[in-house]
Design a protein around this ligand. Structure first.
Ligand code: ADE
Length: 450
């Protein structure tokens, strides 16, 4: 791989004699030539710049000098890389792409930059031109950015980095994630211990922990990278970790979507009613008649009903928004006097949870529904935790408070899900839809749990 660097400060590039890049040059893996732009001037002052047409501050680098320099260095295979704060932010993908080129010429501008015709001219004559930026800040010239590109591209050249695996696993590599945190000896430093999993010897657990940390760090610092992750590359563990970080991957979605559960507002009512109409049949037993389900939706889950729920201080209505759409909701009925909500609907008034009889108010979780596309995504835990934490605030005056729900006795999937959320089976009730009596399993749990 050959780099030609053209600059008015050729001495700057002495750094490229050091470290791995310097070794690679010695070994002939990298061929780096540094040129003084002034060698292409033909006036006694060796001047490379002039005042800008149209006026303004500073000086602009002359196209005739640059043209002469680039004609001599580009040859017929050079890619022209121009560091400039108005370029495309340099990424690992761009570096990988550039590493496939055999010859890169770096044109380091100073002052207010290089006359715009230079890059345009080479581009028009068929040279590949890459204008790149190191970031949204202004350096005094392109030299630092040229060193950055030589190092980032050069280290991808086969043979340069001793352990090629470290190229694969790291930040901005194939995984599209920032790197997990790393630790070395001593295991305890200034009272800070290395995470225990890393000394456990369990390679599977270490791999999962690292992947979870990488997802966490990336979600915190670079949410744009999380939203660009291809869904097909995410395993169950990834999806679970992402749900905990506020991203869900609905079935059919190409990428993780930001998800948040919040108290519903009046503007959510149409979305809630649409979702309720869609999801109610999912929770019904197989034999239920279409018209009974439709009548139930019309009499309990209409827009008017949801408007009432949202306005009613005795109801807590939660909406789960995924990628800006409402794909889940929960509705809790709060007992007015801190007693029992839904006694007439079969509340387990005598609930015994984990061997202890109920000793505080009992909230009814009357609805808890997710769009089918969210099954198995961790959405239930996300919606539940947000709902639970609101209920905990509501229940603050009591030492203990509980929540109960009924779900169709034939719906094993829902019952497993509620068990995972800490609910325990209490008994059965009858739930009427149309003229059909259905058996429901009744579950309860404390709102707060250790
Ligand atoms: N030249 C001056 N500022 C720069 C930046 N941020 N990136 C690349 N080249 C530059």
């Amino acid at each position: 791989m050959r780099f030609d660097i053209v600059s008015v400060f050729p001495e700057f590039f002495a750094v490229l004699d050091l470290s791995l890049i310097g070794k690679a040059r010695e070994r002939g893996i990298l061929d780096i030539a540094v040129h003084d732009l002034r060698d292409w001037t033909d006036d006694p002052h060796r001047s490379v710049d002039d005042t800008p047409f149209g006026g303004g501050a500073g000086m602009v680098m002359r196209p005739d000098v640059w043209g002469a320099a680039l004609d001599d260095t580009l040859g017929d295979d050079g890619v022209l890389a121009v560091p400039t704060p108005s370029g495309t932010p340099l990424t690992q993908r761009m570096c990988e792409d550039l590493a496939a080129a055999g010859h890169i010429v770096l044109a380091c501008g100073r002052y207010e930059g290089i006359d715009a015709r230079v890059a345009d001219h080479y581009e028009e004559s068929g040279v590949r031109v890459v204008r790149y930026s190191l970031g949204d800040y202004v350096l005094n010239g392109g030299e630092v950015a040229a060193v950055a590109l030589v190092e980032a591209v050069g280290r991808l050249v086969p043979g340069l980095v001793g352990n090629p695996e470290s190229l694969v696993e790291e930040s901005h590599g194939a995984a599209g994630l920032l790197e997990y945190p790393v630790y070395t000896r001593p295991a305890r430093w200034r009272g800070l211990d290395v995470p225990a999993v890393l000394t456990s010897g369990d390679h599977g657990k270490v791999a999962r922990w690292r992947r979870d940390r990488a997802l966490e760090v990336t979600a915190g610092r670079r949410p744009d990278m999380i939203e660009a992750l291809p869904a097909e590359g995410l395993d169950r563990g990834d999806r679970r970790a992402l749900a905990g970080l506020g991203y869900l991957v609905p079935a059919g979605a190409a990428h993780p979507l930001p998800a948040s559960a919040r108290e519903a507002a009046a503007s959510d009512v149409p979305g809630l009613a649409d979702l309720a109409a869609r999801t109610f049949p999912d929770a019904c037993p197989p034999g239920m008649r279409e018209e009974d389900m439709r009548a139930f939706v019309e009499s309990h889950l209409s827009r008017e009903d949801f408007s009432r729920y949202v306005d009613d201080p005795g109801c807590l209505t939660m909406a789960l928004a995924v990628g800006g759409r409402i794909l889940g909701y929960a509705l809790a009925c709060l007992p007015p006097d801190g007693a029992v909500a839904g006694a007439e609907r079969g509340a387990p008034v005598q609930a015994v949870v984990d061997g202890r009889p109920r000793s505080g108010p009992l909230v009814e979780l009357s609805k808890f529904y997710l769009d089918r596309r969210l099954r198995g995504t961790g959405a239930a835990a996300l919606l539940w935790e947000a709902t639970r934490s609101r209920l905990e605030e509501w229940a603050a005056p009591w030492p203990e408070a509980y929540v109960w729900l009924g779900t169709n006795a034939a719906n094993e999937r829902a019952q497993r899900a509620y068990r995972r959320l800490g609910f325990r089976f209490q008994g059965q009730r009858t739930f009427r839809v149309g003229d059909q009596d259905n058996r429901d399993a009744v579950f309860a749990r404390p709102i707060r749990m250790a």
